[in-house]
Design a protein around this ligand. Structure first.
Ligand SMILES: [Zn+2]
Length: 326
């Protein structure tokens, strides 16, 4: 694998705006904190990795979105095929999306025919506006549109407060919705797109490049950064099996290194999700209240997971609400 680093710092603003929603308020709104911006100031170095065979991945840092990183906290990818280019997650802000577009154009003048938004979280979607003039199909899960309706304006406001409106852009709704499985032909390679049942969120897509055996599970696979549960724990365990059945040669996770061994990475994630499931179920059976459970369940699972303290308690609460009705 050859790689090279690119220095890039977002334009303009030097002072972070007020953050009008505290985490507690965000929580009270029942909205996911995953990938919402927080204050930060360090300049950020982006790394774009050339994985060969026309496949490029921008490996993102394990941070919350900040003015310094311009919301670029999720991995983004593009695949250059014989006839066209496909983008997987266009970035976390329009500024991030413009950066990605410029990187594509340094490498190819081929039309960008497809931009896939793998789920509702802002770090995976808000770069889409940068690609509108390319007139691609914007592809999303059939449940992405209602998810945008429910959360889009909140995410937008939250990002604007941090990045400024000129850097955020607007949400772009999908022009093609996937409810099962679809195949995209880039001329010399087929890309399979799978619509999942509720798991990380209720609108997760994954992609599989059949020509290289590379899986793009998006946020169905977290590496190093603690997984965040915003859909269904039981569903995530189920959909993980579905991904494993593909037996991919390698994977590009939504958060983590540009490329990983799928089996090992998923096994590690499953250890955490299983501990979360089993511990939550035990807490419910023992009559432990949800707040107490959020402090104790899976609390010993943090080793090796970045941002564990920020997300484990929230994951327990999400799991508790789901499992208490079993
Ligand atoms: Zn996500």
């Amino acid at each position: 694998m050859s790689g090279f680093d690119l220095q890039w710092v977002g334009n303009g603003r030097h002072a972070a705006g007020d953050v009008r929603f505290t985490r507690r308020e965000t929580f009270a709104l029942g909205l996911c904190m995953c990938c919402l911006p927080a204050h930060g100031s360090a300049a950020h170095t982006f790394s774009l990795n050339d994985l060969g065979n026309g496949l490029f991945v921008r490996e993102a840092p394990h941070e919350e979105a900040t003015l310094a990183n311009m919301g670029a906290i999720a991995n983004t990818c593009f695949i250059i095929g014989r006839d066209s280019v496909l983008v997987i997650d266009p970035g976390g802000s329009v500024t991030d999306g413009r950066w990605l577009l410029s990187e594509i154009r340094k490498r190819t003048a081929k039309p960008i025919r497809h931009v896939v938004m793998t789920h509702v979280h802002p770090d995976h979607c808000f770069g889409a506006e940068a690609f509108v003039d390319e007139q691609p199909e914007f592809i999303g899960h059939a449940a992405l549109r209602p998810a945008f309706d429910a959360r889009g304006s909140f995410y937008h406001q939250r990002l604007v407060e941090m990045l400024g409106p000129e850097n955020v852009g607007r949400l772009v709704y999908p022009t093609r919705e996937i409810s099962d499985v679809a195949e995209i032909d880039l001329g010399d390679r087929l890309i399979r797109i799978i619509a999942h049942g509720a798991a990380h969120t209720d609108c997760d897509l994954s992609l599989f490049d059949t020509s290289t055996g590379t899986l793009f599970p998006a946020d169905l696979l977290f590496v190093d950064r603690i997984p965040s549960l915003d859909g269904s724990l039981l569903g995530w365990l189920r959909e993980a099996k579905r991904l494993s059945a593909i037996a991919p040669a390698r994977a590009v996770p939504g958060h983590g290194p540009a490329m990983v061994d799928f089996e090992a990475a998923m096994a590690r994630q499953l250890r955490y999700l299983t501990a979360l499931h089993d511990g939550t179920r035990r807490a419910i059976a023992a009559g432990i209240a949800i707040n107490e459970a959020s402090r104790t369940v899976a609390a010993d699972q943090g080793e090796g997971w970045i941002l564990f303290e920020d997300y484990n308690g929230r994951n327990v609460i999400q799991a508790y609400k789901e499992l208490e009705w079993e």
